[in-house]
Design a protein around this ligand. Structure first.
Ligand SMILES: NC(=O)c1ccc[n+]([C@@H]2O[C@H](COP(=O)([O-])OP(=O)(O)OC[C@H]3O[C@@H](n4cnc5c(N)ncnc54)[C@H](OP(=O)(O)O)[C@@H]3O)[C@@H](O)[C@H]2O)c1
Length: 282
């Protein structure tokens, strides 16, 4: 099997991270599948998928513990993303939440720490927490998630707000809304997008057009859905899988190049937005 080199995306700092990473939502929720989750994440690391996305919310901290076990002995290879819940995102609350995440992750630093979505506390508060965490070395970069254009503009008006390293948002064939507003805004301001739920949590994968394109490529529908996001070289994407065969498949999606015909057929079934619309969440 031909295995392509793993493409990278540059963060605003100039540091490169793998374009294809691994999500962890719903991991750490059940002891029954714990071994499979760890095995899948470890295999992903072996295949170069060293960008791992987690959050204090996932499995109530359980997903961070799964990540800790998966990266044990190879922390230096990994780029760990975690997130603070909005209800914790005051200055002091952000610092405390990060401390708890570090403990569960069994590490001394989170590479990229995101505000999971906008909530109660003022953005200035969260930013002050992020800045204190950067100063102490507990996190290396900070960013946001589920921020629409208005939120990004508000963030950029704050002192230090433009130091944001990414905006993690829902993006897949069925959820193309960001193409009409947020994506061009982020490109203009050199903020890379990290796309979540590339398979719409699996619901996308039985589509007939995707199936037809997949047959042409002797690929799976998951691989076509991923290749469709991956063709945008400035975008990171973080599919979740607890199944080793799926991790292999997802890694191999990097070898698929969609043709103009494929893209045209997909655009007919999944049309791009005609006008700006509010950001969708999952
Ligand atoms: N910031 C946010 O608000 C936010 C929101 C949602 C998600 N996220 C992040 O993004 C990650 C990915 O999104 P997601 O978990 O919502 O959904 P997703 O990645 O779109 O889909 C995950 C589902 O697809 C299945 N799957 C994975 N690879 C497959 C393959 N090759 N063939 C068939 N099925 C496959 C998985 O099953 P198996 O496990 O059996 O492979 C799982 O059921 C999350 O885990 C999380 O880290 C962030």
């Amino acid at each position: 099997m031909k295995v392509s080199a793993l493409p990278t995306v540059k963060l605003p700092s100039g540091e490169s991270v793998p374009q294809l990473g691994q999500g962890t939502w719903h991991m750490g929720e059940s002891a029954r599948v714990r071994k499979d989750e760890i095995a899948a994440l470890k295999l992903g690391l072996d295949l170069g998928l060293t960008l791992i996305d987690t959050a204090e919310m996932y499995g109530n901290g359980g997903a961070e513990e799964i990540v800790a076990e998966s990266v044990a002995g190879r922390r230096e290879e990994c780029f760990i993303v975690s997130k603070v819940l909005p209800e914790n995102a005051t200055r002091a609350g952000t610092i405390a939440a990060c401390g708890r995440s570090l403990k569960r992750l069994k590490t001394d630093r989170i590479d990229l720490y995101l505000l999971h979505w906008r909530g109660g506390p003022k953005l200035e508060e969260t930013l002050a927490g992020f800045e204190a965490l950067i100063a102490s070395g507990a996190i290396r970069y900070w960013g946001v998630s589920n921020f629409d254009v208005d939120d990004m503009e508000e963030l950029f008006r704050l002192a230090g707000g433009a130091s944001c390293a990414t905006n993690q948002v829902l993006y897949n064939l069925r959820r193309r809304g960001i193409e009409a507003g947020l994506l061009p805004w982020c490109r203009k301001h050199a903020i890379p997008i990290m796309a979540y739920s590339p398979f719409e949590q699996g619901r996308l994968l039985r589509d007939r057009t995707l199936t037809a394109v997949a047959i042409r490529h002797r690929a799976t529908t998951a691989q076509i859905a991923l290749a469709w996001v991956l063709r945008q070289a400035d975008m990171m994407v973080i599919p979740k899988s607890s199944t080793e065969a799926h991790v292999q498949e997802n890694r191999a999606a990097l070898d698929i190049e969609l043709s103009a015909q494929d893209l045209a057929e997909l655009a007919k079934t999944f049309p791009p937005p005609k006008e700006r619309r509010p950001l969708e969440l999952l």
